[in-house]
Ligand binder design. Structure first.
Ligand code: HEC
Length: 126
């Protein structure tokens, strides 16, 4: 009898979980969702946000070893560190070549992150 009750509870919980569905994924951030972004911020959104946005794989992997996982929320990213991470790649992050992000663009992105932490822009991203 106890087992039957247990199985019933398990089924009920499962049915409830299915009815509820997964939580909504955070909206991806793009330049369209951050119309005010300029300079390093705009370049960051364009080149890095696909992985370093709220539900990106970079954010997910960084969350295992560093908090906050969102790069824009960090206040401890020296520009030199960001530069090396971008050009050489780091862990599971591929190197970003000059053809994709020029040296002057790279400097703007590195300076933008080094100047953090930045408040969540446009109300999203956190
Ligand atoms: C293809 C996905 C991808 C893109 C695009 C990407 N990254 Fe990453 N990034 C990652 C991943 C994954 C990690 C975590 C590496 C690890 O620990 O394995 C990471 C880690 C980092 C780190 C290290 C943070 C730390 O605390 O050690 C920095 C800095 C960084 N990325 C900067 C950038 C910048 C700047 C850009 C844009 C030019 C960028 N990334 C674009 C995937 C990406």
């Amino acid at each position: 009898m106890k087992r039957l009750i247990f199985a019933g509870l398990l089924l009920a919980g499962w049915a409830a979980a299915i009815a509820q569905g997964p939580p909504p994924a955070p909206k991806p951030e793009t330049l369209a969702s951050r119309p005010g972004a300029t300079g390093g911020e705009a370049l960051y959104v364009e080149h890095c946000m696909s992985c370093h946005g709220a539900n990106g794989m970079g954010t997910g992997l960084l969350a295992r070893r560093v908090q906050p996982a969102l790069l824009e929320a960090r206040g401890n990213l020296p520009a030199a560190y960001v530069t090396v991470a971008m050009r050489q790649g780091i862990g599971n992050m591929p190197a970003i070549p000059r053809g994709e992000v020029s040296n002057s663009e790279l400097k703007q992105i590195a300076d933008y992150l080094a100047a953090g932490p930045h408040p969540p822009a446009g109300g999203g991203g956190q």
